[in-house]
Design a protein around this ligand. Structure first.
Ligand code: ATP
Ligand code: MN
Length: 329
């Protein structure tokens, strides 16, 4: 393509059946060593003084400043995948709601990707691909960003596996830490490299990036069987059962994050919990000593950006790997 956008000697090679029209954009060159370009947004934030976190007096303006600062490192994860929003227009202590679809109020910067529902009709899901999209959501009262484990290019193919480790109430973080390492080792032994993320809530997500190949039924089956196998081999510490009674004193391995339509909190998303914690990627080395899943907060945008550019976290969440073939036990 020439500088003024003319195709030179184009030839028709075929239709890209694997891509959705929404995902076809003019590509620009990226270099692996590049720091994320500062993403600038022109979205005006209203009611900057409205208190979103009453316990710590954090305002909508401060939350918006957080998101503006982390947008370059966050868009790599939240960008170009179907998202759901936790919106709390009156702050986290008032009514919040989980939003999957657009009622038409978000404007041009928040895009739609059509996804076929179980009953066969198509629903428009939300996605963003730049700082304006992200900041529009914040302007609309969004605190949390949750995302599918698939990109808009092909929502049927997973680009990550997540083992969501949820400790029963009263269980110390030490137990979650230990469980995370167990999952790391098990997944490593079957050829999957993983990365830990503090959720900002009670637990940890152990994430195995996938090159999008396997479709949801296969991915869910894999996650289910692995979670069951771990729970069966160590029933004192784990359960993969949904029933509350079975979770008593254990860690619930929520493998259902690995099914079509399920979402998980996105890296660097703020949480609508007291103290304004955020979901944060960490290294396995840090996992040994980190104090709690709500270690990082909305006030830490600068530190989080610096960390993301550090050597230790540069490759976080990236691995070119496929779902292994687990033999039926
Ligand atoms: P923790 O470490 O505390 O478990 P977490 O991020 O793993 O944090 P939650 O915040 O308890 O877990 O759950 C978030 C997920 O639950 C979302 O990604 C979404 O899939 C689902 N979810 C939460 N609220 C709703 C809702 N109102 N409707 C549908 N799904 C929801
Ligand atoms: Mn969880």
């Amino acid at each position: 393509m020439t500088k003024d956008g003319t195709l030179r000697h184009p030839s028709y090679l075929g239709l890209r059946e694997d891509k959705r029209p929404e995902a076809v954009v003019i590509e620009s060159e990226h270099h692996a060593a590049d720091l994320p370009a500062p993403a600038k947004s022109n979205v005006a934030i209203s009611n900057r003084d409205r208190v979103v976190y009453p316990e710590s007096n954090i305002t909508k303006g401060q939350l918006a400043d957080y998101y503006a600062a982390v947008s370059p490192i966050m868009l790599q994860w939240v960008g170009s995948r179907p998202i759901s929003l936790v919106r709390c227009p009156q702050g986290r202590a008032k009514k919040c709601f989980f939003q999957k679809h657009d009622a038409g109020a978000f404007g041009d910067a928040v895009h739609h990707v059509g996804i076929v529902e179980r009953d066969g009709h198509e629903e428009p899901y939300l996605y963003v691909d730049d700082a304006d999209g992200l900041m529009t959501c914040v302007q609309m009262g969004t605190i949390e960003f949750h995302g599918w484990g698939a990109r808009i290019e092909d929502v049927e193919k997973a680009d990550r596996l997540i083992f969501d480790l949820d400790p029963d109430e009263g269980l110390a973080f030490e137990a979650v830490r230990h469980a995370a390492f167990q999952f790391r080792d098990i997944l490593k032994s079957i050829g999957l490299e993983t990365f830990p993320m503090l959720t900002g809530g009670k637990g940890v997500h152990v994430i195995a990036p996938l090159t999008p190949k396997a479709e949801w039924p296969q991915v869910k089956d894999f996650a289910h069987r692995l979670a069951e196998a771990v729970a069966q081999s160590d029933p004192e510490h784990f359960t993969a059962a949904l029933s509350k009674a079975r979770r008593k004193g254990r860690i619930f391995v929520d493998y259902l994050r690995n099914q079509r339509g399920a979402t998980a909190v996105m890296p660097y998303s703020a949480r609508s919990r007291a103290g304004a914690p955020v979901a944060a990627p960490i290294t396995w080395r840090e996992m040994k000593t980190i104090d709690k899943p709500s270690h990082f907060r909305v006030g830490d945008a600068g530190e989080l950006s610096k960390r993301a550019a550090s050597k230790a976290l540069a490759g976080w969440g990236r691995a070119d790997q496929a779902l292994p073939d687990l033999q039926q036990p």
